[in-house]
Design a protein around this ligand. Structure first.
Ligand code: AMP
Ligand code: ZN
Length: 116
């Protein structure tokens, strides 16, 4: 079994609070939430980061699967009417700490502190 924590969560090998899953994607609650709703949307396939996803032979279909999951995840978390922010941290300067590409879906309160 891989030692990638998100691969292990996607495989059900370690527990997570999963709010949505399909054949390609799993979404679960971040263990250190920065907002009332803080989910991670993760492709099941191990790809290290957004740049690798873009260059991967299955990258477009994986990105499509993530995009298709967004409204379903937002609805499952109850933020489809109120809005949310979708964030990818890529690489060292992007602050990425887990090398399995993931998208933070954050909401459940007004997110005032915009970077841009
Ligand atoms: P990033 O810093 O963008 O790589 O995001 C990694 C995120 O994964 C952080 O917000 C962590 O709190 C979160 N995280 C790490 N381990 C787990 C876990 N076992 N279950 C849920 N979230 C996790
Ligand atoms: Zn992985």
């Amino acid at each position: 079994m891989t030692d990638c924590i998100f691969c292990r969560i996607a495989a059900g090998a370690i527990p997570a609070d999963i709010v949505y899953q399909d054949d390609d994607v799993v979404a679960f609650r971040d263990i250190h939430p920065v907002a009332p709703v803080h989910l991670l949307i993760v492709p099941r396939k191990h790809v290290a980061n957004l740049l690798e996803l873009a260059g991967h032979p299955d990258g477009v279909s994986l990105a499509q699967a993530v995009l298709r999951a967004v409204p379903r995840v937002a609805a499952a978390a109850g933020v489809d009417q109120t809005g949310f922010r979708l964030i990818n941290n890529c690489g060292e300067d992007g602050g990425q700490t887990i090398s399995h590409v993931h998208f933070h879906l954050i909401g459940g309160r007004s997110l005032g502190e915009k970077l841009l």
